[in-house]
Write a protein that binds this ligand. Structure first.
Ligand SMILES: C[S@@+](CC[C@H](N)C(=O)[O-])C[C@H]1O[C@@H](n2cnc3c(N)ncnc32)[C@H](O)[C@@H]1O
Length: 197
């Protein structure tokens, strides 16, 4: 069940919209001690940048086999060995990862999907207590060169409310601007989840 409006422009154009290293710095993905899960890795724009920041594995999931092939090619070319790709529909099949098995979840340009609650619940499940969730999305601005239609494009406070409704905390997470076209924030799985696990 591919997320609505997840069609991508060509890779060169897509990658011109981001400064991945700056995005990862601002979303506190600097030295991740465990595994990372990336929901909808696309061309691997952020996967490749995250790899050297991760001491564990990066589970890069996408429903589109062409995207997965592209990420595999890029990982091979860069001699990166901690990216594990999977062609997978995370809405229907989940991630296939264990409970509390990941340190960080990347939800980048994906929260416009209709089934966001399913996605957020799976992210919550696979994160360890105090594990972090990084979200980025297109600015709520019709002038951006791409991005979901305004009818389904979430505002930053929509994303934060949805995340909190699942049980994530927003500890010290103001919205950060990720110029030229994006914003982001970091949320955290509650510490209470530690006590009950
Ligand atoms: C807008 S792109 C974002 C790609 C990447 N996160 C980035 O920001 O560069 C969304 C990606 O999610 C994938 N996707 C959509 N629905 C999915 C699903 N149900 N399961 C797995 N991947 C999905 C699409 O194939 C696409 O590559």
């Amino acid at each position: 069940m591919k997320a609505r409006e997840s069609g991508m422009p060509d890779e060169e154009q897509w990658e011109s919209f981001f400064h991945p290293e700056e995005v990862l710095d601002l979303l506190e993905l600097r030295d991740c001690r465990g595994d990372i899960v990336e929901f909808g890795c696309g061309y691997g724009t952020f996967t490749l940048a995250a790899a050297p920041r991760c001491r564990g594995l990066i589970h890069a999931l996408d429903i589109d086999p062409e995207m997965i092939t592209r990420v595999m090619q890029k990982a091979r070319k860069a001699c990166v060995s901690n990216i594990v790709v999977a062609t997978r529909d995370f809405l229907v099949e989940g991630t296939g990862l264990g409970d509390a098995s990941c340190e960080y979840a990347m939800l980048f340009n994906i929260l416009h999907l209709a089934e966001r609650e399913t996605l957020l619940r799976e992210a919550y499940r696979v994160l360890r207590p105090r594990g972090r969730l990084g979200v980025i999305h297109w600015n709520y601005d019709p002038a951006t060169p791409r991005g979901p239609s305004m009818a389904i494009r979430p505002r930053p406070d929509d994303c934060q409310r949805w995340v909190q409704n699942i049980g994530f905390e927003l500890p010290k997470s103001p919205i950060v601007m990720l110029p030229p076209y994006h914003y982001g924030f970091v949320a955290q799985k509650t510490a209470e989840a530690e006590a009950s696990s």
